[in-house]
Design a protein around this ligand. Structure first.
Ligand SMILES: [Zn+2]
Length: 132
């Protein structure tokens, strides 16, 4: 029974090539997703029955800014396998030059019982990787 589970999420991005590098790394190398669909203006990755799609935003909409504190998506959160994997991903972020958010409170920025790392995708959509 899959009723109510997320079927897919589709995100418009400002530069598809840049997003493919970031999300390809995170989803494939760290989180176990597989490439699912690929076309000129989009790419998706799938894990079990849920897939995430990234689509190049049309030029005429590129001037409309995204800000995660405004109306719309604030962040995407993914399960890690363990606290150890949260640590591994945090280190990879540093290696890749990606800023870890809330560094002063890392890995407890979400509270004392919530072990997670927070960072941003190339369009500054916040991403959270949380231990089970
Ligand atoms: Zn969250």
């Amino acid at each position: 029974m899959k009723k109510g589970l997320l079927h897919h999420v589709e995100v418009n991005v400002s530069d598809l090539d840049t997003s493919i590098v970031f999300w390809g790394w995170l989803l494939e190398e760290e989180l176990g997703y597989e490439k699912f669909q690929s076309w000129e203006k989009g790419r998706s990755w799938k894990l079990d029955d849920t897939y995430i799609v990234f689509v190049q935003t049309e030029d005429r909409f590129l001037e409309i800014p995204y800000h995660r504190s405004g109306v719309g998506l604030n962040h995407l959160a993914f399960y890690a396998a363990s606290r150890k994997q949260v640590d591994v991903i945090a280190n990879r972020l540093i290696e890749r030059g990606i800023l870890v958010l809330y560094k002063d409170r890392h890995p407890y920025a979400g509270g004392p019982d919530h072990y997670a790392v927070y960072f941003e995708d190339p369009d500054r959509i916040k991403v959270e990787i949380v231990a089970p």
